[in-house]
Structure formats: C-alpha cells, structure tokens
Design a protein around this ligand. Structure first.
Ligand code: AMP
Length: 608
C-alpha cells in the first residue's frame, strides 16, 4: 500500500532520532537538547539521507510551544503576573531596544539597509519560549520570584513581537522594503498595510485587549464550568481531552480571531484554569504530551540549520552570537541590578534570556518575504539560534560556578540589605519571598549542626503529620522541603529546615546524613526517593530508611535500592477503610492481621 505519510514519517523520525541522540548526549554528560538539535540537522535538508517535512515539523513544534505556555499559565495567577510588571515591562523594552541597536550596528557593518538592521536586531532581541521554560523547569525555578520575573519578561517580549509582526508589513515601504507588501508569511497576524501605522498599532492593541477581556469575563466562567462538568462524568479520558481541547482551542482561537500569538493565548488559557482547584490535575494531564512536542521544537530548529554556513559565514555568525549571548545578557543584567535585585537574580535572568528561537525565525521569514532582510540575515539568525541554544545550559553552569563568589558577596552586603528592601517590592510578603528564594538557591545551604537526628523529606499531607508526631515525641529532626509556601509554614512553627530539592546532592548533604539516625522519605515520587536512598546509603550505611510508595512496583524499587521499610499509601488507606467498615464486626481481626504481615500479604480484594 504505497501511500504517502509525511506527518507520520516526520513524527517518527523526529522523536526516534531525538531519543537516540538525546540518550547519547546524556551518556556523554551533554544536555539532551544538543542531541535533539543534532537529530534535527540529520533529518534536515542540508544533510544527506532522509529529509523530514520542515513545515510539518515546525507546526508540531508550535504545539509544543502551546502546551509549554499553557503549563506555565497553570502555575501563574494574574496577581503573579502583575507583581512582576514593574521590572518585566521596562526590562524587556530596554533589552529589546539595546539588542536591536546592536543588530542595526552589525547590519551596518555588513553593508545592509536600515530596514534589514531593524528586522535583524528585533529578531536577535527576543528569547525562545521553549528554551527559557525548559531551563526554568529543569531547575525548578518557575514558581520562584526570579522565575516569575523571567516569565513576565518573556510575555512582554511576546507582546512586542506580536506588534512587530503586524507593523513590519505596514512599515516595509518606509524601511526600504517592498511597499504595500502582500505577504502572508504570518497569515495569522498580518493586517492590510493600508490602515497606516497608527491604525495598525491601534487595531492590534485593541484586539489584544479584546482577547484579554473575553478571557477574563467569558473564559473565567466557561472554562471552570466545563472542567467541573467533565470531572463529574468521572471519565479520565474525557478530562484529559477537555484539558487538551481547551489549551489548543483557546491558543488557536486567540491567534485566528484576535491576532494574539499562540503562546500568549495558551498562557491565558492556563492562567484561567489555574483558578479552579482542578488545575493540578489539569497540569499533570498535559505533561507527557508537552515534553514530546517540545522535543520536536529542537528537532525542527536543527532541520533549518546548514552546518556549512559555519564556514562560509564564520565571522558574522560569531558577531551575531556575541550580540545574543553577551550583549543581551549585559543589558538584562544591568537593568535587573539597577532595579535593586540581588546579583544572583540578575545573572539567572540574563542567562535564561541569552538565546533566540521561534519568534526570531518568524521575523526573519517575514523580513526576507518583505525584501527587507537579505538571505544572509536569515542564515545568521538561524546559526545564532542554534549556537545560543547549545550554549544556554553552559550559561547556567557558569552561574553555578560563580555561586560561591556571589554568596560571599551577598554575605558581605547582607547587613545593609536587611534594612533596605530587596528589590522594588512594596508588600512585605513580596520582600520576604525575594529574600527567601535568594537564600534558597544561592550557594549550598549551610550544614545543620544536628546529629543523631531524623531527616524528614517532604512536609505535605504525609510529612506534615509525621513531623507533628516527631515534634510531640520530642525527637530531634529537620525537614527538607522545596515548596516556598510550606517552608514559610515550617519556619513559623520553628522547625529546622533545609530548603531545596532533596534529590540535589548539596541540599541533601546540608542535612548531615552521615550523622543522622533515620531518613524518612515522605515524598510521592518514588524515582526521586530512590535517588535519595542511594545517596543516603553511600553517606551512612547504618542510617534507617523509611520510605513512602504508591504501588507494589515502587515498594520493590525502593527496597532494592536499600530502603529498610516501605509503606505503601494505598494499602494504608485500605486498612483504614476496612477498619471503618468491619470495625464493629467480630470478623475484623483476621483481615487486619493478614494486612499487618507486610508487603504482598494483603488480601487479594484489597490489592488495587
Ligand atoms: P504530599 O504528597 O501532600 O505529602 O506532599 C509532598 C511534599 O513533598 C510537598 O510539600 C512537596 O513540596 C515536597 N517534595 C516533593 N518532592 C520533593 C523533593 N524532591 N525535595 C523536597 N521536597 C519535595
């Protein structure tokens, strides 16, 4: 049956090769995204062999952008967004201006027109959503103050690019391109040039405003209603489908009807959903798809890249890269520091924005279509994107490497910083959160002085109860926890904490596992817990490890890695239910005894 299946071929080749090269990269301790890019180059038109469909790959990557931004929206509230506007709006605007000037400078040196310079500079000024969000997610920074600033910044950039995309066709004539351009390279966003510049700006802003109003007024009622309705049907499949349909539907509708970017539409859909208490479920439902599609983003970028251009365009590529990695970072760094934020925050934000991606390609395409940007400009932008994406994880490594130095500096300036508010925050709560995230992520946390203690990991539904009992029994213990809110509660209760992800070596070491008597793992993720068990065993062979699990397979996994006792949550729930149901009956005892015998001994009826 010889029929053509370019979509399937593109997905299979993209995901398959990305997996192989991602795993290889991981093996050599390189970030997997480098592997994904290499996979893209291999299935691209510039290398021999199978060539995947570039435009299909691009569209698939857009789905990744939608799901990523949707996920971020789920963790965001309108309040969070407004709380960072004081830094994000001026920050993004100044940075865009500065990067555009540098771009114009380079364009001038290459002998291009002014218009070419503007398009080129704008393309270099906007960071990639996918790269930024993945970097933040990997480091669990999204829900911290600095993560929120970076996301707010990204959203302002996104809005600026929406404006740039509608304005360029209208301005093409003035800038020396094709007058009254009839270009549809970004069909979703283009407006007829005949409206004049202010008309185009006005209509665009009005559409964005209309979208926001529709979402806040209609979406805010309809979306939670749909979710609740579907949740009540009890069908998990329908629930997943509704989440996906809403995310994709709102994003696409936003782009088609209101000229807003897909990413921004998805972000709003997520933000509205985050107001419903079902949002956590919604977030989890969209995770696997999101990861798969954002991998395709890197593959599609790789496909556009011509390795030979590195030779033919060497110097201009280096200059482009310098603008992206050094010029933009410097601008962002200076602005964030000027606003009174700690150095570490400034560095983190600079690093996360020191790359370019999808928006830059769209701008470059439009510029070439309008005859504003020479083809060489597009090649430089592509090469700059690939190289800056590859270098991005390195930027974060450099920051990690600078941590001790920063910590020393922060310690030196700590005394005045306490009397002076950190950052421009005015609400007391905000100041506290800036200070606590600063303390949380900068440098290894200080090591505890406790010995013979218990290390309790996670202070949620399970750990909270365990902690209370330990406290009542007056046993020495400390808690490792990574959620800001929980940390604040622990502090209020005067319980010693180590802030951060317990799977992180430095964080765990600060809890003094060598000198501890017991390790209590009260976190739900058995894989993370397994890593921690291994680390604890290596540090202290005699430590007693009690862990939490949610399936027989997890019990096996944790025991295999050296946990002494593993408590399976569901079995304990069953125990409670059985006690409740049979508690007053004579027959209760055998059931209880059977379950008390431990793993695998529970009666079949209670297994799942
Ligand atoms: P619960 O499932 O309600 O018992 O909550 C689990 C708690 O563990 C939450 O408060 C999480 O913030 C926390 N937690 C989960 N994973 C980690 C980790 N790797 N390191 C530190 N805390 C964690």
């Amino acid at each position: 049956m010889p029929h053509d299946t370019p979509l399937i071929a593109t997905i299979v080749a993209g995901l398959g090769l990305a997996f192989v090269f991602g795993a290889l990269a991981n093996r050599f301790r390189i970030p997997p995204l480098v592997g994904y890019l290499v996979a893209g180059v291999l299935v691209g038109p510039n290398t021999p062999g199978f060539v995947a469909d570039a435009s299909l790959a691009n569209e698939l990557a857009e789905i990744g952008v939608i799901l990523l931004m949707f996920g971020v929206g789920l963790h965001f509230s309108l309040k969070d967004l407004l709380s960072v506007r004081a830094i994000a709006v001026p920050g993004a605007i100044v940075q865009i201006g500065f990067a555009t000037l540098l771009g114009i400078g380079l364009a001038w040196m290459l002998g291009w027109s002014m218009g070419a310079g503007v398009v080129f500079g704008l393309a270099l000024s906007v960071a990639s959503t996918v790269v930024l969000l993945r970097a933040l997610q990997e480091r669990r920074l999204i829900e911290t103050e600095r993560g929120r600033i970076a996301v707010g910044w990204l959203i302002v950039e996104d809005l600026a690019m929406v404006l740039a995309l509608v304005l360029l066709p209208a301005l093409a004539g003035v800038l020396g391109g094709q007058e009254q351009a009839d270009v549809h390279s970004s069909g979703l966003l283009s407006l007829p040039a005949s409206y004049g510049i202010w008309g185009v700006v006005g209509i665009t802003l009005a559409k964005v405003a209309a979208f926001v109003v529709v979402m806040l007024v209609v979406g805010r009622r309809v979306i939670p209603w749909i979710l609740h309705y579907v949740a009540h049907t009890g069908s998990r499949e329908l629930f997943r489908l509704s989440v996906l349909a809403i995310a994709l539907g709102v994003a696409f509708g936003a782009a088609k009807l209101f000229g807003v970017s897909l990413a921004l539409g998805a972000f709003f859909a997520g933000m509205i959903m985050s107001e419903s208490e079902l949002s956590h479920r919604a977030a989890e439902e969209s995770l696997p798809l999101r990861d798969a599609f954002s991998v395709l983003f890197f593959v599609s970028v790789g496909m556009l890249f011509d390795p030979l251009s590195l030779i033919s365009n060497g110097l201009p590529i280096l200059a482009t890269l310098a603008i992206i990695v050094i010029g933009k970072s410097l601008a962002a760094f200076v602005i964030v520091v000027a606003f009174g934020y700690p150095l570490a925050t400034a560095l983190m934000i600079s690093a996360s924005l020191a790359q370019i991606g999808e928006f830059s390609f769209i701008l470059a395409e439009l510029g070439v279509g309008l005859k504003l940007l020479p083809e060489q400009g597009r090649d430089l932008i592509l090469a700059g994107a690939i190289l800056s994406i590859v270098l991005n994880p390195l930027m974060f490594l450099v920051i990690d490497w600078m941590k001790p130095w920063l910590e020393a500096r922060a310690a030196r300036t700590a005394a005045p910083a306490e009397t002076k508010p950190v950052g421009p925050a005015t609400e007391p709560g905000q100041v506290a959160s800036v200070a606590s995230t600063f303390q949380k992520e900068d440098g290894p946390p200080p090591k505890t002085t406790l010995t013979g203690h218990a290390i309790l990991i996670g202070y949620g539904r399970v750990g909270g109860l365990v902690g209370t009992a330990l406290k009542e029994a007056a046993l020495p213990f400390l808690v490792i926890e990574d959620a800001d809110k929980t940390l604040a509660k622990l502090k209020a209760d005067n319980i010693e904490t180590v802030a951060g992800n317990a799977a992180n070596a430095e964080v765990f070491a600060a809890a003094n596992p060598e000198g501890a008597r017991r390790l209590i793992l009260a976190i739900p993720n058995a894989f993370e817990a397994g890593q921690i068990v291994l680390r604890a065993r290596a540090a202290n062979p005699n430590i007693n490890v009690v862990a939490r699990a949610h399936s027989d397979a997890e019990v096996e996994h944790l025991k295999g890695l050296g946990a002494d006792t593993v408590i399976m949550g569901e079995r304990e729930i069953a125990r409670g239910i059985v006690e409740e149901v049979l508690g007053n009956h004579a027959g209760q005892k055998p059931v209880r005894d059977a379950m008390a015998e431990g793993a695998g001994a529970a009666p079949i009826a209670l297994q799942s």
